[in-house]
Design a protein around this ligand. Structure first.
Ligand code: ADP
Ligand code: MG
Length: 703
């Protein structure tokens, strides 16, 4: 058996590769060692085991393998240069072979009456079939029956490499010689009992089957095993990290819920909590009372009542004589949280302040001092809170609202704001598909509010285009006559900002014409306005002074005006599903029937059509997030900052969801029974695990 160090040899040591080509492969494909090379998986396989008679070639765009005798080889002049053609003849029929490129070189290799095996894609031109740019290999005799060829792996080699001769053939030759070597053997990475339970082959055999399969079934089961292994170590890494955090990262111990909490809960709570809210609160209380640091993700659909959970958690922290902060992604939202929470908390004698980019220097200084002295209990704000000058006396709990908007590095700054790391609660209003939550946030504890407060009437969503505008205007007038309010939202995309502002202003004008003063009053809100002007308009709308709010997506997150019952989304096709759902979540916050109108142009792409019909059909953010994952893929949903952990070689978080659930529970079980992997049946996991954990950054604990 070869030593495992063989696997770590650089690929430049491979015969026939050399340092120059090895360097190119490294830079283009990120393959440095022989082991990396072994994990370079074919994108597909071509089954060359059977041969078609020429008469059977009748389907264009299929890939065929056939054999025959070459004749009539000729160069035919074209408007530019030539094309090379030859007839391929067998005893059933004949077909034309054509080359448009490289014909000078190919022509030299072809001979009349030569026997060849031909492989390529079938083309059809004016009812005649041909094979364009086929692969040819000379054969000594024409096969009579079934031809015994190979299953050929096709590797995803970039064109840049192919141009310098790093070809399919080269990869195939190299990999075949590695995996077919008598002493080719890799250390097993999965415990025996797991291999047995899933009927997986050994690692050695799996890699041999990937690069040199005898049947297509072999490639499939080898891939299954490698997928499992990949997810297995991903989950092992996450769950070990979680286990480590739970064992060793101390947190503030909030032993009591405290007077403040009890007083508020018993006398001031404006509504009965939903059972989901109660459950989540219990989970949080367990965490922060344990003496270990809480690192919890709170997922809940729009309107599920996350703010109340945040408020009650802050009360516990403050009741335990420590400070809390709540970070929101926008000023409007921070402002609104500030107003909501201070109206509830100030009567209890709690000191709450707001810190955003537009806080004056003077106020800022006072806030800094009050924070440091401990006089300030709760700081609400935007990422201004992350700044270095913001120093707490004793930060015990940090809550981050709509966390997907902040990067991991930003959040890690909070971590450093206390001697003992603060408890962290991240809340997201955009539900994340389960598979993503398990991979990106797999080391966090996750709470889910899966229930809306009672008495909500489902929002009626419809999809319309310009033809319906008049009817929509009269519908909006009816709603206003009932005393309700309306949002009209326009897209604002960075790349087309100027045009988008024009759309917004045009829209504002046409709505102003349709809804004239003094009967109607309209607010407008967009990102180019000063924070002060935004606040003013927002307040006008909140108070019901204005009935219509024309806005860009600045109102997307968190805004809460329960009397608003209609959300009109203009150019809805330009929004993603998560955004549409967020926008829709601005209505339906009171007891009145609410509506969401998706306005689009008539001709929609398939993708946009799926988004519209999904919005009409589904009201749950969790269901929409699964559809969104299929439409956009994991990287796009999580954003580049968080997609590092999503770069998988074998598994696919869309297709392999079930497998991921299986793997996770299997790894959980292993760690439950053998937390330190001391049992010898788990020896095989140690080395791969250390390799994987090597170089992971500590602050990602707070991701
Ligand atoms: P989100 O989860 O989107 O942040 P909010 O916390 O803004 O949702 O809550 C949405 C609305 O529901 C608010 O007006 C809030 O006061 C109300 N609410 C929250 N919890 C309850 C409850 N248990 N019963 C009734 N209303 C609730
Ligand atoms: Mg919210």
């Amino acid at each position: 058996m070869r030593t495992s160090s063989f696997l770590e040899f650089p690929i430049s040591t491979i015969k026939g590769l050399g340092p120059k080509r090895a360097a190119m492969i490294r830079s283009e494909l990120n393959i440095s060692s022989i082991y990396d090379l072994l994990l370079f998986t074919p994108s597909r396989y071509i089954d060359k085991r059977s041969l078609s008679p020429i008469s059977a070639i009748k389907l264009e765009n299929t890939v065929v393998q056939t054999a025959g005798i070459l004749s009539n080889i000729r160069l035919i002049p074209q408007s530019k240069g030539y094309r090379l053609t030859a007839d391929l003849v067998d005893n059933t029929d004949q077909i034309e072979l054509v080359w448009f490129k490289g014909y000078q070189y190919i022509e030299k290799q072809l001979r009349e009456n030569q026997r060849v095996r031909v492989f390529g894609k079938v083309n059809r031109f004016h009812d005649r079939f041909s094979i364009v740019h086929p692969e040819l290999s000379p054969i000594s005799e024409l096969p009579t029956e079934i031809f015994k060829g190979d299953i050929e792996p096709i590797y995803p080699i970039p064109e840049k490499l192919q141009k310098v001769g790093i070809s399919q053939r080269l990869f195939r030759t190299i990999l075949q010689s590695i995996v077919e070597a008598k002493d080719f053997a890799l250390a097993e990475t999965l415990p025996e009992y797991i291999l047995k339970a899933h009927n997986y082959t050994s690692k050695t055999l799996a890699l041999r089957h990937i690069h040199r399969p005898e049947t297509l079934e072999q490639t499939q089961s080898a891939l299954d095993r490698l997928k499992f292994e990949e997810l297995f170590y991903m989950q092992l890494g996450l769950l070990i990290k979680k286990q480590h955090r739970k064992q060793s990262i101390k947190g503030r111990k909030f032993e009591i819920v405290g007077e403040l909490f009890l007083k508020y809960y018993q006398t001031a709570l404006p509504f009965e909590l939903t059972s989901a809210q109660k459950r989540v609160l219990r989970e949080i209380r367990n965490d922060i009372g344990s003496g270990l640091q809480m690192n919890r993700l709170l997922q809940g659909d729009v309107g599920s009542g996350k703010t109340m959970v945040a408020l009650l958690s802050c009360l516990i922290a403050i009741g335990n004589k420590s400070q809390a902060c709540l970070v929101a992604p926008t000023e409007i939202l921070a402002q609104q949280h500030f107003e909501d929470l201070s109206s509830q908390l100030v009567p209890l004698g709690i000191k709450v302040e707001l810190l955003t980019g537009s806080t004056s220097k003077k106020d800022r200084k006072e806030i800094h001092q009050a924070l440091l002295s401990g006089a300030l209990h709760l700081l609400i704000g935007t990422h201004a809170i992350f700044e270095e000058q913001v120093v707490f006396c004793d930060l015990g709990l940090a809550i981050i609202d709509e966390q997907h908007r902040f990067g991991v590095a930003q959040r890690s700054k909070l971590w450093r704001k206390a001697h003992i790391p603060p408890h962290i609660l991240v809340m997201t209003a955009t539900p994340i598909p389960r598979t993503l939550a398990m991979s990106v946030y797999g080391d966090l504890d996750v709470s889910v509010i899966d229930e809306l407060p009672p008495g909500r009437t489902p929002i009626i969503t419809t999809h319309r285009n310009d033809g319906a505008r008049l009817r929509i205007f009269s519908f909006l007038k009816e709603q206003i006559a009932l005393g309700r309010q309306i949002y009209v939202v326009y897209p604002l995309i960075k790349e087309s900002e100027a045009l988008d502002y024009k759309d917004l202003m045009d829209g504002y004008e046409s709505i102003s014409r349709e809804f004239p003063a003094p009967q109607y009053a309209i607010s407008i809100l967009h990102g180019q306005m000063s924070a002060e002007a935004k606040n003013y308009e927002m307040r006008q709308f909140e108070r019901g002074v204005t009935q219509i709010m024309v806005a860009t997506t600045v109102i997307e997150v968190g805004v809460n005006v329960p009397n608003a019952t209609v959300m009109v989304i203009e150019s809805a096709e330009r929004f993603g599903l998560a955004q549409l759902h967020q926008l829709r979540g601005r209505v339906g916050r009171g007891t009145n029937q609410s509506y969401c109108l998706l306005m689009t142009k008539k001709q929609l792409s398939d993708d946009a059509m799926v988004r519209m019909t999904s919005m009409v059909k589904h009201s749950s953010g969790f269901e929409l997030s699964e559809i969104d994952l299929r439409l956009r893929g994991p990287g796009d949903i999580m954003g580049t900052q968080q997609s590092g952990s999503l770069q998988l070689k074998f598994a696919d978080l869309i297709e392999d969801g079930e497998l991921l659930f299986t793997v996770r529970s299997q790894v959980q079980q292993i760690l439950e029974n053998d937390p330190d992997l001391k049992n010898s049946i788990h020896d095989c996991m140690l080395k791969p695990m250390h390799m994987m954990l090597k170089g992971k950054i500590l602050w990602s604990y707070i991701s």
